[in-house]
Design a protein around this ligand. Structure first.
Ligand code: HEM
Length: 394
């Protein structure tokens, strides 16, 4: 039933509102009362909140294209990101060039490095009991892993962190800063790749990018920069957010900590559940290529549509008891990584990082809680002060 309240919610809908606890209430009302709606933000866009509609759109990349860009609002990069903002047939060509770098076998090979990164960060707590786990663990962990994987210098991670914050979080209120950050990051990536062209080929992610071939030729300098840009921005904050959120949740749920302690293998399904319920990527956009009917509305060619993954992942029609985190939930066909041809290329890596980071943390700290007096609301990246109980060092 569409009533005035739901219509007002729809008109004012954004996936970047402050607290996500509030957003989930909005998602529920929209899913029930206005599953396909029109928001007046960002120049006007349609949004889709039910799992089945999201899935359907994901499967129809001809009608729902990604060009000129999947991010709403855009990330400030000058040209479309590769492969995320590219439609077929070039999308598949670009994607295939780098997909082997993220295969399950490749991720198995990376696991010792990933584990070492987690262990070193945890060892650096050095017996401290009160720790900001976001700043000391969730944020640096994917950064260290990615820098190792890509062959980037780890001592420049502060710079990277600043660019990424401005690209993701500042773009809703200070787009100029986002534009500057995106330009600086592109220059940085270009200079790294340029310097490496003169060196002996290295077996890492950027090495693979430099030797990748599409249609029988190497990538041009612009293609290298646009692919490198997406690889850098796609996997850092996204993974940090989910790790921080998982620890935030576990700090408040001793029964789930105990379950994970008794059956450590459950971390695998717990990670899927954290991705379903606490995911960093709440929505991605498409552009309609021809007039089409959706949920009783007529969408016109050129209209933008946001797939609200965060709402689809809590759709009761797909997930029983959808708002509750059930760490051994199975099956769990969530869309935190998307579901179509643009499905997250780094999902194997992200899953492995999350599993290893939680395993290593829980072995050392079977018990932990939010620091008394700290804000218990859920935020993706803010400080997460925890009181830790356990052996700390192994
Ligand atoms: C928890 C962490 C992550 C989440 C939640 C996530 C989520 C997503 C989502 C929702 C999409 C778009 C899917 C669509 O619209 O259909 C995507 C695309 C992508 N992600 Fe991730 N991602 C994560 C980590 C990573 C990592 C670690 C990397 C690699 C370093 C990565 C690389 C990419 C790339 C390259 C694409 C574009 C794929 C294409 O267009 O074919 N992501 N991701």
């Amino acid at each position: 039933m569409v009533n005035d309240r739901v219509l007002a919610l729809a008109r004012d809908f954004r996936h970047h509102d402050e607290g996500l606890d509030v957003a989930f209430e909005v998602y529920r009302e929209l899913r029930e009362g206005c599953p396909v709606g029109f928001s007046e933000h960002y120049g006007g866009f349609w949004f889709v909140t039910r799992f089945d509609d999201i899935h359907r759109i994901e499967q129809d990349s001809e009608t729902f294209a990604v060009s000129p860009g999947m991010l709403l609002p855009p990330l400030g990069n000058e040209r479309p990101g590769i492969p995320i903002d590219v439609d077929p047939p070039m999308h598949g060509t670009y994607r295939r060039a780098m997909l082997p770098a993220f295969s399950p076998q490749q991720i198995d090979r990376l696991e010792p490095m990933v584990r070492r990164a987690a262990v070193e960060l945890l060892d650096a707590f050095d017996g401290e009991r009160a720790v900001d786990v976001a700043a000391r663990y969730a944020v640096p962990f994917p950064m260290v892993v990615f820098c190792e994987l890509a062959g980037l210098p780890t001592d420049e991670s502060e710079k990277l962190e600043d660019w990424i914050n401005r690209i993701f979080y500042v773009r809703t209120h200070d787009y100029d800063s986002t534009l500057r950050a995106a330009a600086e990051l592109t220059t940085y990536i270009t200079s790294i790749l340029e310097a490496r062209k003169g060196e002996e080929a290295r077996d890492d992610l950027f090495g693979r990018l430099l030797t990748a071939e599409i249609e029988g030729r190497p990538l041009t300098d612009e293609e290298l920069a646009d692919y490198g840009f997406i690889l850098v921005v796609a996997g850092l904050d996204t993974t940090a957010w989910v790790l921080r959120s998982s620890l935030w949740y576990l700090a408040q749920h001793p029964e789930d900590r105990a379950k994970l302690h008794e059956r450590p293998g459950l971390v695998v399904t717990a990670v899927e559940e954290f991705l379903r319920c606490l995911s960093s990527v709440q929505g991605m956009a498409r552009t309609v290529t021809r007039d089409v009917e959706l949920g009783g509305h007529r969408l016109r060619a050129g209209d933008r549509v946001l797939l609200v993954f965060g709402a689809g992942n809590r759709d009761e029609a797909k997930f029983p008891d959808a708002d509750r985190i059930v760490i051994d939930r199975q099956p769990n066909p969530h869309v935190a990584f998307g579901a179509g041809i643009h499905r997250c290329m780094g999902s194997n890596l992200a899953r492995r990082e999350l599993r290893v980071a939680l395993e290593e943390f829980l072995i050392r700290y079977p018990d932990f809680s939010l620091t008394p007096g700290s804000d218990p609301a859920w935020y993706g990246i803010d400080p997460l002060p925890l009181v830790l109980e356990g052996r700390g060092r192994m």
